[in-house]
Design a protein around this ligand. Sequence first.
Ligand SMILES: Cc1cc2nc3c(=O)[nH]c(=O)nc-3n(C[C@H](O)[C@H](O)[C@H](O)COP(=O)(O)OP(=O)(O)OC[C@H]3O[C@@H](n4cnc5c(N)ncnc54)[C@H](O)[C@@H]3O)c2cc1C
Length: 404
Amino acid sequence: MEYHDSDRARELAADVREFVDEVVIPVEREWLGDGPVPDDVIDDLREEARDRDLYAPQIPEEHDGLGLEFRDVLPAFEEAGRSLLGPLALRVDAPDEGNMHTLEMAGTEAQKDRWLDPLVEAEIHSGFSMTEPMQGGGSDPKMIETTARKDGDEWVIDGHKWWTTQGSEADVLLVMARTDPDAHPYQGCSIFLVPSDADGVEFERDIPHVGGAFRGASHAEIVYDGVRVPEENLLGAENAGFAIAQKRLGPARLTHCMRFSGMAQRSLEVAKAYMNEREGFGSKLSEKQSLRYDVAEAETRLHAARTMVRHAAREITSGNEARVPVSMAKVFTANVVQDAVDLSIQCCGGNGIGKDLPLADFYENVRAFRIVDGADEVHKRVIARDAFEDVDESELDPVTRFRG
Ligand SMILES: Cc1cc2nc3c(=O)[nH]c(=O)nc-3n(C[C@H](O)[C@H](O)[C@H](O)COP(=O)(O)OP(=O)(O)OC[C@H]3O[C@@H](n4cnc5c(N)ncnc54)[C@H](O)[C@@H]3O)c2cc1C
């Protein structure tokens, strides 16, 4: 399919595809059914990605990345997503990819030296700690209860978070907390860079979950009990937490879409290969009209999703916030990818469930995408508000673009 991506974007994507096919997928196949894949295996893949000049394409050159524009990295993210190991190899894996973007966008030079550069090199890892248990903020982040209060030249953080991806492995946690209890939360929260070994950072548990068997990160429940960080660990301006989060989440939602649409492409490739081989009832499965129509439908919807993601990415690259296009792309892609993986499993019969093929691990991983970075219903709420024109621009905060 021709998407009129730039020459640079297409060249990089072709090189990433070759790398994934030649190097990443053979390693993936070795570990299927036998995960989790150990760190040294990932380190070797990263080394090979560096040698091929494919490493960290989204990171500016001054921080040792390839320095591509957002829309130009898109096809490479898709190609990387064809294996669960691809994003890790290229250092475009969540949540570090989104956290690196946040640091690059909002961090001071000292913060970038301390955390961004080692993150790019994969010497350290990070977590984004925003969602809270039942009484706190989840889909409705206005309910956030974690607080940070100033005490001399330190901030003192108290709160309870869960589902912090990679929380247990992280060296630094980006923690969202209320800093002005009198303000609306969208104008009264800030993000802090909290070293995971700081006094008062208490790891309660890794939440058991589906999808972690092959190469799953932890999803940690963490209590912040009087955690003290110096003033210079405030990320961006005081009370600008949601403005920064919004700038992080728009692109991060699209990079998730890109990686997952690569997963859907590979799923359909695997299914079609099986269907071209397997015969029953007098013909190949690939000749059965009902299956052919199902695959045709999945290919059509995937093409639509990839087009929507490119549109939203172009808007963001042009400096637009693109909230509605991002929400449309996110909710549509999440469902298209989930359906494509499910169909691919169906077409492969028992082998779809077995771990000789990557489909079962894809299936375990894809379900969360309809929930993370905004559940389907939350994005539909954004789209519906726009559709019914019940957003009065004058009511929106000029910085956060949230309604007060
Ligand atoms: C694998 C995984 C990784 C995650 N990683 C992180 C992370 O790194 N950092 C972090 O801070 N959080 C993370 N999360 C948390 C994630 O962001 C939240 O789960 C998500 O925002 C939904 O919040 P909640 O779970 O509290 O659901 P709730 O807010 O309790 O909502 C439950 C369900 O209600 C429905 N719903 C909600 N609002 C509406 C509405 N207005 N109208 C209709 N229906 C509605 C939706 O279907 C939603 O799924 C992760 C979650 C998962 C599963």
